[in-house]
Design a binder for this molecule. Structure first.
Ligand SMILES: Cc1ncc(COP(=O)(O)O)c(C=O)c1O
Length: 384
């Protein structure tokens, strides 16, 4: 199927005014996502507490997310954030025995390391896998630290600082060979790359809907492999995590048989309208097609930057990057502001400008970004 990306682009009005290379922070707003927010408001005005529709929306998000991850709805918890999913999972793990280690990488988003450090007072020992001198984290570095004391390897899919993609199949093989499980933080990848949970063979996946899944802030997901659910009972719970939500039983905790046991209270209702609409765009477009489109755009961006003598720090190999191209600068904040004055929206972390692409970006967006960077080259060298 050939996708008409030009027509899809017209559904994101901000793209008429801006070169929007900031989907790694917050996606551009689509027409149908905006309509979805409006329909939530309309429902409030027309019906007030429209619980039946609200629950249907939440279940549509669960089903859509399952389709994106090529999983089943029973393996998906709809959460308020990625952090909420990680916390719920952490609360179901025990760290008192010899298998008390959690391996994280140097590329983690803060939340995904901080929550594991928060388990130290429950007996967890957190081990950080360092990067190699070239800035990447090769498999050997994981192999050195994953052993029979490892309970969980909690790794990011794509690094939020530099755009590097880890070798997830390799890490999963190492972890499973030692009897450890793998939690993939796919927030910087899901929606931009195909994330097939069963094929990747990961045990858990977390993420959220405000970036490449085209939804909004305040809603996320946790995938838990079906076979693991019965033995994982979170102490982080609530009425929406119960087997029978309507039972209103205050005498016991009876967790749902599905991954819903990792949820807690009232679902993020308004956000589920938007998340459902965003997921529909992703599913209609197809993640393989989106991935291929983004790969071509990031490659064009890296080659363009190379041609102006300002190489990115993101690995050039296709398998080692996702939707982000990170460009070093001695004044990333100043460069970000200059680009913004030129209607080019990026973001920055550490000393990197982050240009993050989605399928709605065009070749012209990339060329305008590179041309603007060329204009700032003398002032913003990587080495100051
Ligand atoms: C890789 C990654 N993980 C986790 C998060 C945090 O997610 P949340 O705020 O939903 O907990 C982010 C947010 O930017 C992220 O990029």
């Amino acid at each position: 199927m050939t996708i008409n990306f030009e027509a899809l682009r017209r559904r994101f009005p901000v793209l008429e005014r801006k070169v929007y290379l900031n989907s790694g922070s917050y996606c551009a707003l689509a027409d149908t996502v905006r309509d979805a927010f409006n329909s939530y408001m309309d429902d409030r005005l027309a019906v007030g507490a429209n619980w039946d529709v609200w629950i249907t929306k939440n279940e549509a998000v669960r089903a859509g997310m399952a389709q994106v991850l090529r999983a089943t709805p029973d393996e998906i918890a709809v959460t308020a954030s990625a952090s909420a999913g990680i916390n719920a999972l952490a609360s179901a793990l025990e760290f008192t025995g010899p298998r008390n280690r959690v391996i994280v990488s140097d590329f983690e988003f803060p939340t995904s390391a901080q929550i594991w450090h928060a388990q130290e007072r429950r007996g967890a020992r957190v081990v950080h896998v360092p990067r190699a001198p070239d800035g990447y984290i090769p498999l050997e570095n994981f192999a050195r630290l994953i052993d029979d004391r490892t309970q969980l390897v909690a790794v990011t899919h794509v690094c939020f600082r530099n755009g590097a993609r880890l070798d997830i199949p390799g890490i999963v093989r190492l972890a499973h060979a030692q009897g450890a499980r793998v939690l993939l933080d796919s927030y910087q990848a899901v929606g931009a790359l195909t994330v097939d949970a069963p094929v990747l063979d990961v045990d858990f996946v977390v993420g959220g809907m405000l970036k490449y899944l085209l939804g909004t802030a305040g809603i996320g997901f946790l995938y838990v492999r079906a076979g693991l659910i019965p033995d994982l009972v979170p102490s982080n719970s609530g009425w929406f995590a119960q087997q029978d939500i309507a039972a209103m039983d205050i005498t016991a905790n009876r967790p749902s048989a599905s991954a819903r046991r990792f949820e807690a209270g009232t679902p993020p209702v308004a956000n589920s309208y938007a998340a459902d609409a965003g997921l529909k765009i992703i599913l209609e477009t197809g993640t393989d097609e989106i991935e291929a489109r983004i790969r071509a755009l990031t490659r064009r961006c890296m080659e363009g930057l190379e041609s102006i003598g300002w190489s990115s720090v993101t690995p050039a190999q296709d398998v080692r990057r996702g939707p982000m191209v990170a460009v070093p600068s001695c004044d990333a904040a100043g460069l970000f502001a200059r680009l913004m004055e030129q209607d080019i929206v990026t973001s920055y972390r550490d000393n990197n400008i982050r240009a993050t692409c989605h399928f709605y970006n065009s070749e012209e967006d990339i060329d305008r970004f590179v041309a603007a960077m060329a204009g700032h080259r003398e002032r913003f060298r990587a080495v100051c």
